[in-house]
Design a protein around this ligand. Structure first.
Ligand code: CMC
Length: 423
């Protein structure tokens, strides 16, 4: 049954689109052509910008699936490289396919000399997300073959493996530069996470628990449908910009504190509570006051209105990682206390605000020895395969179009130009 829309003296029928998980949408693609009207939905609260077969989210039930597999099962049984293959290719790899994919990523174990030098020209206290996005964009200069408008299937495979390998290298190099230390060359024999930790710390005997904990965190960040950075990737990629520019834009969008930058902001918030000696109630009173301009970072989500399944997994992992490493972090106690009080507070309950993926992830990163301003970099490394899977899906979809929303103009209408002296 199509939807019926009465506009002025005309009734028009709009087709209903139903997804495989039962989500329903009113298809408005012909609305303007037939009526002259457009839809107005600031912040895209109710807009489905695309159809996608990669990730399913049910915010009311707290469900997250990659390609039909529940996040709980993937986090328990899979790993970052396999989950990346899954979102990119649409199915779990066979053994030889996984080995090939892994080896291809590992083969991109370095970056061009110019990129190494470019990282070094940044101030030591530069935020690594800025270093990453600039260098991701700069990589385009070294791979002219990959700048063509339409990449072949082989080129797509290559560039996706390349970026997974090289983002890791650039992230580790940015960290080493920040520390004023020499770069450490990647070791192909190590798994992805162990190699990253090795390149950051120089320790080749990476604790298996530490590498596994990092791997789970990356798995949980692999994709999250049309979030801000993924929508940015689709938007930029839709102009047929090259992959380097497209992913660089995704890194920038992720950096913001309302998105991926929240993991860093949570840690800073917990530290502030600890140092100021503020009680939870005082702190919550502050974030509830709209004039304060502060928020309870790591709480709330556009889609999840019950709980964030990733946060549940991370909270359990957090307890277990800290216990295994013998770390006692007062910030974990503050986070738990804050969560307990907030979840009983009418303000948070009525607005359906729950801990999100960023609330506990920073405490694990901290326990693993990763400094606070690298947290969002970890998110970017985790989200990269999702960005690329969404880009690939978009450019391969029949009827591919440049993304270009409309607006409703509300400015002045008939100004007349005045000479500068008479203004
Ligand atoms: N602390 C205090 N109040 C909040 C918070 C919060 N963290 N989040 C939402 N609210 C209030 C908000 O003030 C508004 O109140 P009212 O209805 O009285 O005006 C109401 O809840 C709805 O908030 P909103 O900003 O309209 O909701 P949104 O869907 O536009 O924003 C959000 C979602 C994630 C940006 C927001 O909840 C937020 O700023 N959270 C803190 C930052 C954060 O943790 N971000 C990470 C998101 S998960 C990882 C990722 O996707 O990157």
């Amino acid at each position: 049954m199509p939807a019926k829309l009465i506009l002025e003296d005309k009734t028009i029928e709009l087709p209903i689109f139903v997804g495989t998980e039962g989500e329903k949408a009113v298809d408005v693609t012909k609305l303007r052509a037939e009526t002259g009207y457009v839809t107005l939905d600031s912040g895209y609260m109710d807009t489905g910008a695309c159809t996608s077969a990669i990730t399913f989210l049910d915010g009311e039930q707290g469900i997250l699936k990659y390609r039909g597999y529940s996040i709980e099962e993937i986090a328990e049984k899979s790993n970052f490289i396999e989950a990346s293959y899954l979102v990119i290719h649409g199915r779990l790899p066979k053994e030889d396919e996984l080995k090939k994919f892994q080896a291809k990523i590992a083969s991109y174990d370095d970056v061009p000399q110019g990129i190494k030098e470019m990282i070094k020209i940044f101030p030591k206290d530069a935020h690594p997300m800025g270093i990453l996005s600039s260098n991701m964009s700069a990589l385009s200069a070294y791979y002219p073959d990959l700048l063509v408008q339409d990449l072949s299937p082989e080129q797509k495979e290559t560039v996706m493996a390349q970026l997974m390998g090289q983002l890791k290298v650039m992230a580790a190099y940015a960290y080493r530069h920040q520390q004023g230390k020499e770069y450490i060359k990647s070791d192909k024999n190590l798994d992805y996470c162990s190699d990253f930790i090795y390149m950051m710390t120089g320790n080749k005997n990476v604790d298996k628990e530490v590498a596994k904990a990092l791997d789970i965190l990356l798995v949980l960040h692999v994709d999250h449908e049309q979030n801000c950075s993924t929508s940015t990737v689709r938007m930029v990629g839709s102009s047929k910009a090259n992959m380097f520019a497209t992913i660089s834009a995704g890194i920038d969008a992720l950096w913001g504190p309302l998105h991926g930058g929240a993991n860093q902001a949570v840690l800073e918030m917990l530290e502030e509570i600890k140092d100021s000696g503020k009680g939870y109630k005082d702190f919550l009173a502050e974030v509830k006051d709209k004039n304060s301009g502060s928020r309870l970072m790591g709480f709330g989500h556009r889609v999840y209105k019950n709980f964030d399944p990733r946060a549940k997994i991370i909270k359990v992992a957090c307890d277990s990682v800290l216990a295994k490493l013998g770390v006692q972090d007062p910030l974990l106690d503050i986070a738990k206390g804050l969560e307990e009080v907030a979840l009983k507070d009418e303000y948070f309950v009525s607005r359906k605000l729950y801990p999100n993926v960023d609330f506990y992830s920073g405490i694990i990163y901290r326990a693993l020895g990763i400094p606070t301003n690298m947290f969002t970099v970890m998110f970017a490394m985790g989200r990269l395969p999702g960005w690329m899977a969404q880009w690939k899906e978009m450019v391969e979809q029949p009827g591919f179009k440049i993304c270009r929303p409309r607006q409703i103009y509300v400015g002045e209408t008939t100004n007349k130009y005045k000479d500068i002296k008479s203004r």
